[in-house]
Design a protein around this ligand. Structure first.
Ligand SMILES: Cc1ncc(COP(=O)(O)O)c(C=O)c1O
Length: 438
């Protein structure tokens, strides 16, 4: 019997952490109000509470206009459509992101071009963008994740120089700020998700923000079956769909936005304390904080586990041990999209991948992004935000568990245990580990 819980020792924590999502009287009162009104859906668009929330959310992030929509993937599709992305256009995306960042590009028969991430931020590496531009590039889509922002100064500079649109995927960045501007407001359009795990949620839901009236009108029209937007100054007509959000979701989101700043404060204080406790631990490393990021959105606390320091013991074993100590955690949270089983793409299925090319572009084999691959398969550790919404003692438990696993890591050498199958977003680390014979 060892000291670690995975080898029979006593776990650091048996109690669950703060439950998520959080809600209170404000959500309950809002739902009662909408139920009684019998006006539950998104029609007549943009409807009362959905529009009020969308404008409040946009203002909170420093944008002029907002549209509340059915989910974050759809928000990206709407943004691409609003920005006028056409079949065959190329869109620069980071390789390390959720597959839902990329799917809408293909759905519009445009072409995603994967670029690697910056090892200091895990976000799109702006230094690599120019080399990936072609005469067909129309947009850059940074994804702000891991409590960090992509370098928006450099991305906006490149976009301006090459007349490209910047669409920010802010699914992890509610309330974050770059140079005092809210997430989604430094570029042309910002897209948000309100799915259950996110920093604010209505179960499902999404948001699009922009300060460009023309983009706003197109986004409204596309969300509302192609009908004219409320202002209709540009008279855009297009085929659209029903991507509206319901009034029931909108009142929940309004309350969630009100509680976001206070939650962010608690999370930040606990995460700062956690980082202080872990800093200096050999074999662990942290992403860098950029001073231009003036407010952090902490969807997940992400740090690096450096397997070479621990004699090659793989991350999956460490995560299994950490989970057995009572700390929820994840490793293979994202993969380079081009390698993902959730991206089973056949070049023949997407006509634009062969237009104007001698051989059609194979999205599975044409890209190699080593920083994304290392983050995904070896080093990143993701801790969910809600476990940092509790007390200092909760945070001490998380830090104690990580430090305990590091201090007793030799107990994991060669260990076979069901907990060492880290399932994450439908993926599993295990087959890769077995192949490596650690
Ligand atoms: C980075 C990123 N982009 C887009 C999305 C899509 O959001 P949704 O799940 O609301 O469709 C997500 C959701 O997990 C995400 O994490």
């Amino acid at each position: 019997m060892g000291r670690l819980a995975i080898t029979g020792g006593k776990p650091i924590r048996k109690k669950p952490f703060t439950a998520w999502p959080a809600f209170g009287q404000q959500e309950a009162r809002g739902l009662q109000k909408v139920l009684a009104s019998r006006n539950w859906g998104g029609f007549p668009f943009p409807n009362k509470y959905a529009d009020a929330f969308a404008q409040k959310f946009a203002r909170y992030h420093g944008a002029k206009y907002g549209v509340a929509v059915s989910n974050g993937t759809i928000a990206i599709e709407i943004a691409l459509k609003a920005a006028g992305i056409k079949p065959g256009d190329e869109v620069i995306v980071p390789a390390y992101t959720w597959e839902g960042t990329v799917g809408p590009i293909l759905l519009l028969n445009a072409v995603p071009v994967f670029v690697d991430i910056d090892p200091d931020t895990y976000c799109l590496d702006a230094r690599l963008i120019e080399a990936a531009l072609t005469s067909r590039t129309r947009a850059i889509m940074p994804v702000h994740l891991a409590m960090r922002f992509a370098d928006m100064d450099e991305i906006c500079r490149i976009a301006k120089a090459h007349k490209l649109v910047v669409i920010e995927d802010c699914a992890h960045a509610h309330g974050g700020k770059w140079r005092r501007k809210g997430a989604g407001a430094s570029g042309d359009i910002g897209c948000f998700s309100f799915q259950s795990s996110k920093l604010m949620t209505s179960g499902e839901g999404g948001g699009v923000i922009t300060s460009n009236l023309e983009f706003y009108e197109r986004a409204q029209s596309y969300t509302n079956c192609g009908r004219a937007s409320a202002t209709d100054q540009y008279h855009h007509r297009m085929i659209g769909f029903n991507y509206r959000i319901t009034e029931l979701q909108a009142v929940i989101l309004d309350a969630q936005l009100d509680r976001l700043p206070q939650q962010a404060k608690i999370r930040q204080a606990n995460m700062d304390y956690f980082a202080k406790r872990l800093r200096g631990t050999p074999g662990l490393a942290f992403l860098k904080h950029d001073r231009r990021q003036t407010r952090t959105a902490a969807y997940q606390f992400v740090f690096k586990y450096l397997p070479e320091h621990f004699g090659g013991i793989p991350r999956a074993a460490v995560l299994g041990a950490l989970q057995m100590e009572g700390v929820p955690c994840d490793g293979l949270f994202y993969e380079p999209v081009y390698k993902s089983a959730l991206f089973p793409i056949e070049p023949g299925d997407w006509p634009a991948l062969s237009w104007g090319r001698k051989k059609s572009l194979n999205l599975k084999t044409s890209f190699h992004c080593p920083v994304s691959e290392r983050a995904a398969y070896e080093e990143s550790v993701w801790l969910p935000h809600h476990i940092f919404l509790g007390s200092k003692k909760d945070t001490d438990d998380i830090a104690d568990a990580v430090l305990k696993v590091c201090a007793n890591i030799d107990e994991l050498r060669g260990l076979k245990h069901p907990a060492i199958e880290v399932k994450s977003m439908g993926r599993a680390d295990r087959p890769r580990i077995e192949k490596r014979q650690w």
